[in-house]
Design a protein around this ligand. Structure first.
Ligand code: NQM
Length: 368
C-alpha cells in the first residue's frame, strides 16, 4: 500500500529558528484539514517529533504559509503557525520574526516575487497581526544568495544578511495603558512592539537573569511565579485567558554583563529561549526606551543612536528602535529594524504520516 501524497516544502533556517515553508496553494485551504496535515508532517503530537520534520523544541516546530498578497501595500502574505509538541495543536495566535527572515527568499524561490538584479526588497503582510515588514536581501544575478558575512548570535558561521524593517504598527506599545502594572505582587511592564511581552526584573523573582536556560527551566518555584504573572498580565493586556496560548511571552531583565543594554532570559512561555525572538527583542527594546518602565532603571541604553544591544543566553541581538509620542500622550514605535540571516536547507517533497484511521473492531473481548 502506498502512503499519503507528498507536499512541496522548503525547509529553512530563519534567524535562530527553523521551519517548514509552504505555498498556501500547496496546503488544504480549510484550516482544520491544513492543521491535521501539518501535525502529520511535523511529527506531532510527540515530544521527540521522531516521525516528522519537527526538531523537538518550540523553536524548530514552526511553519510559514506564504501566498501572493491581496493588500496593495504588500507583495506576499505570511501566516505563521506554531505546531505543538506534546499537544495536537497548531496555533496562529502568535507571530514569528525569525521565520519572517526566510519569507522573502522563499517568495523569490517560488516565483511569487521577481528578483532584483543585485538585491530584492519583499513587502510582507504578517497575517497573524496584520503588521507589515520589508525584507531586503542579496539576489546577485537574479538568484537568492544565502552565503555572506553576516553573523547572528545563536547560529554558527556566517550567511547573507536579511535586513528586516518594521514600519510603525497601529496598536499601542503599552496594551494595558500603563507604564507599570503590579501583577501577582510583582511590578512589570507589559509591552507590545510586534510581540506581546511582559517585562519582569529578574531580581524580583530571586534570580540573577544570567542563568543557563536549562537551570531556569528546572526552577519549579520560578515556573509557578511566571505562570501566575503571565495569566494575570494576559488578562490586563486584553488577551483573555492565556493558559493555553504562547503569548504573552515573559522576559526577565537584568543589568548588562557584556557591554550591551540589558541581559535577558525569555520564556516562550514555558521553555526558556536559547536566544530571544526578533519581535520579542523589538518589544524589549521599545520597553527599555519607555520612561519609567521596569527596564528603564536597570538597562544601560547607549546615549545616542537607535541601536540597542539585547544580551541573551547565546550572545546578543541588535535592534534599531526609536519611539515617538501618540496623540493620546502614550509612547508609540517610530522605527524598528533588525539584521537576520536565513538559509535554504532542503527543497523537495515531504511525506506526511498517514491520517489516523479508526482501529478495526476487535472480535473478542481482549484484556478488558
Ligand atoms: O519574537 C520564539 C523565535 C520566537 C518568536 C518565540 C520570534 C519573535 O525566536 O519574533 O521569532 O517567542 O516563541 O523564533
Amino acid at each position: 500500500m502506498t502512503g499519503p501524497a507528498g507536499v512541496r516544502c522548503l525547509l529553512m533556517r530563519g534567524g535562530t529558528s527553523k521551519g517548514a515553508y509552504f505555498l498556501a496553494e500547496d496546503l488544504p485551504a480549510e484550516p482544520a484539514a491544513r492543521d491535521d496535515l501539518l501535525l502529520r508532517i511535523m511529527g506531532s503530537p510527540d515530544p521527540r517529533q521522531i516521525d516528522g520534520l519537527g526538531g523537538a523544541h518550540p523553536l524548530t516546530s514552526k511553519v510559514a504559509v506564504v501566498s501572493p498578497s491581496g493588500a496593495p501595500e504588500a507583495d506576499v502574505d505570511y501566516l505563521f503557525l506554531q505546531v505543538g509538541l506534546e499537544t495536537a495543536e497548531v496555533s496562529d495566535r502568535q507571530n514569528c520574526g525569525n521565520l519572517l527572515a526566510g519569507v522573502g527568499p522563499f517568495a523569490v524561490e517560488r516565483g511569487l516575487v521577481p528578483p532584483g538584479r543585485d538585491e530584492t526588497a519583499v513587502r510582507i503582510r504578517m497575517v497573524n497581526t496584520g503588521d507589515l515588514a520589508t525584507a531586503t536581501f542579496p539576489t546577485p544575478g537574479g538568484r537568492v544568495a544565502y552565503t555572506g558575512d553576516a553573523e547572528i548570535s545563536g547560529v554558527p558561521g556566517t550567511a547573507a544578511a536579511v535586513v528586516v524593517d518594521f514600519p510603525p504598527g497601529n496598536g499601542p506599545l503599552l496594551p494595558t495603558g500603563h507604564v507599570r502594572d503590579t501583577v501577582s505582587g510583582t511590578e512589570v511592564t507589559c509591552v507590545d512592539n510586534g510581540m506581546p511581552t511582559v517585562l519582569v526584573p529578574a531580581e524580583s523573582l530571586k534570580v540573577t537573569g544570567d542563568e543557563d536556560p536549562a537551570d531556569l527551566e528546572a526552577n519549579e518555584e520560578l515556573a509557578l511565579r511566571l505562570r501566575d504573572i503571565r495569566l494575570a498580565a494576559g488578562e490586563l493586556m486584553g488577551l483573555g485567558d492565556v493558559s493555553a496560548t504562547t503569548v504573552p511571552k515573559l522576559t526577565l531583565l537584568a543589568p548588562p554583563r557584556h557591554g550591551g543594554a540589558v541581559t535577558t532570559r525569555t520564556f516562550i512561555p514555558v521553555r526558556c529561549h536559547t536566544s530571544i525572538g526578533v519581535l520579542g527583542a523589538a518589544s524589549v527594546a521599545a520597553g527599555l526606551r519607555i520612561e519609567g518602565s521596569v527596564g528603564a532603571g536597570l538597562a544601560a541604553p547607549p546615549a545616542d543612536g537607535d541601536r540597542l544591544r539585547i544580551e541573551h543566553p547565546t550572545g546578543f541581538t541588535d535592534i534599531d528602535s526609536s519611539l515617538t509620542t501618540g496623540p493620546d500622550g502614550l509612547p508609540r514605535a517610530r522605527r524598528t529594524a533588525v539584521v537576520r540571516t536565513a538559509r535554504k536547507i532542503f527543497d523537495g517533497t515531504v511525506f506526511p504520516r498517514p491520517a489516523a484511521t479508526p482501529l478495526p473492531a476487535r472480535s473478542s473481548g481482549g484484556q478488558g
